[in-house]
Design a protein around this ligand. Structure first.
Ligand code: 2BA
Length: 95
């Protein structure tokens, strides 16, 4: 099993939650703040079987969009569609 942590734009999070649920993935949304811009983003925690990680990454790519925001000195900062970390899970329990 893997834990996929996906940092996404707030505007894409709701659509991504819906897309994940429609495909049978279970996820948790955590409100987060980017360390560089210090603006809100959302982080989804998604536990997924190893053999569904590629499908999950495709779903994230299809659903999320890059955009740009003004930075500290009025320059535009490019923000990717999603920043994704895939971690091995030693154990998963639901009590
Ligand atoms: P932020 O840290 O607010 O970064 C927003 C965007 O600013 C980044 O977009 C990148 O284009 C730029 N940026 C970030 N750090 C920079 C730096 N030291 N110098 C110049 N430009 C910089 P993304 O790379 O698409 O990242 C979007 C958000 O994903 C980040 O928001 C952060 O919350 C998260 N993130 C990205 N890489 C990460 C990492 N290695 N570890 C943890 N979180 C990460």
């Amino acid at each position: 099993m893997k834990l996929v942590m996906s940092i996404v734009n707030i505007d894409d999070a709701s659509d991504l939650l819906d897309a994940l649920a429609a495909k049978g993935f279970t996820s948790t949304l955590v409100s987060s703040t980017g360390g560089f811009l210090k603006r809100g983003n959302d982080t989804l925690l998604i536990g997924a079987p190893d053999d569904r990680v590629d499908e999950l990454l495709s779903l994230i790519k299809e659903t999320c969009h890059p955009h740009s925001e003004s930075g500290k000195q009025s320059s535009q900062v490019e923000i990717g569609a999603a920043t994704v970390f895939v971690l091995d899970v030693d154990q998963h329990e639901t009590f």
